[in-house]
Write a protein that binds this ligand. Sequence first.
Ligand code: COA
Length: 342
Amino acid sequence: MSETTRAGDPGRTLRAVQISSLGTYVPPRVLTNSQLEQMVDTSDEWILKRTGIRERHIADDDVATSDLAVEAARSALAGAGVTAADIGFLVVGTTTPDTFFPSTACLVQDRIGATRAWGFDLGAACSGFTYSVTTAMQMVASGAHDHALAIGADVMSRIIDYQDRTTCVIFGDGAGAVVVSPAADPELRILDFAHEVDGSGGPALRMPAGGSRLPASHDTVDQRLHYVHQDGAAVFKFAVRKTSEICHRILDRNGLRAADVDLFVSHQANRRIIKAAAGQLRLPEEKVVINIDRFGNTTGATIPLALADALADKRLKKGDLVLLASVGAGFTVGAMLVRWAY
Ligand code: COA
C-alpha cells in the first residue's frame, strides 16, 4: 500500500508516538551583558535581575536559520539511528525563515538529504517547537509516516533592534530538532497536547513591516519597523497566567497532578515568568529547568535547548513525566505531556 493511501485512510487507528532523539545547535559567538552595556543604555545587573539572562549566542552575518536547523536536524537523526531518507515529514517552527519562500523546511530537506520527505514552515513564534512536535506527531500517529522531524530554529538577532534596550537584551539564536517515531514501548510516548491561540494579543508582540500589510519601503526601514516591537508588561502578564492555566488543564484531563511531573520545561522568555508560572503550579525548583542565563530567548529553540541541558545533566531520564509549555507572539499557547522514551 502506498503512503498516500495509508495517510488518507480515515478508519486507521492512531499509533502511540515517541520522541526518539533530540539534537540542538547554537552558533559559537557569544554576546554578553557587558558587551550589550557598550551598545545600549543598560547594565549587567538590570538584565540579570529583570530577565535572568547573562549571555546569548549570536549567528555570524553569513549564517541563517536553515544553517542552524540543519546542524540540529543532523544531530537528532544521528541520535535516533535513522537516516534522512527515513524521514517522511519535516516541519520547521520559525519566526525568522531564511526567506518567505522557499520555506526553510525545503532548504533543510535538501541539505540533509531527506529525499522522501515533504514539509513546511510553521509560524507560531515562541510556541513554534510545541506546535511543530504536535504536527509531526500527528503524521506518525496517523500512520502517514514512520519518522518525522520537528525543528524549532531562529536567528532572532536578524529582527532585533540593537538600539532598543527593551528588546535587544532578551533574544538569542539557536535551533533544536527531534525525531518522532512510533513508540517502541506504548507507555513511553507523547501523552497529550493542548494548544490555544488568542489573536487579540497580536499587537503586544509583533514585527510591523515586511509582510503584505506593510511591505518593505524606505519609510518602513527609516521607522525601524522590521524589528521586534513589544509591550513587555502585557506579554509578561499573559505568559504567566496562560502557562499555568494550560498546564493545569492538560494535567487535569489526564488525571495527573503537578506532583506527578518529574520535569517542567517551559519556553525560556524570562526567568521571572518561568518562576512565577512554576510557583502557581506548586512545582519545586528542582523540577524546573532554567537555562535562559546562557541562551536568552531563542524563540523556537528554547525548549529543545532546555531539554538537551536536562538530558546532559541526567535530570531527564527514561520514563520521566515531562511537562512542556510555551507562550508566544500571536498569542500562541501550548503544553505537552511526554513520558520520556530514552
Ligand atoms: N536596561 C535598563 N533599563 C531598562 C531596560 C534595559 N535593558 N529595558 C527597560 N528598561 C527600563 C525601562 O525603560 C523602565 O524605565 P522607566 O521606569 O524609567 O520607564 C524600567 O526599566 C522598567 O521597565 P519595565 O518594562 O517595567 O521592566 P520589566 O521589569 O517589566 O522588564 C521585560 C521588561 C521586557 C524584561 C519584561 O517585561 C518581560 O520580560 N516581558 C516579557 C517579554 C517576553 O517574554 N517576550 C517574548 C515573549 S515569547
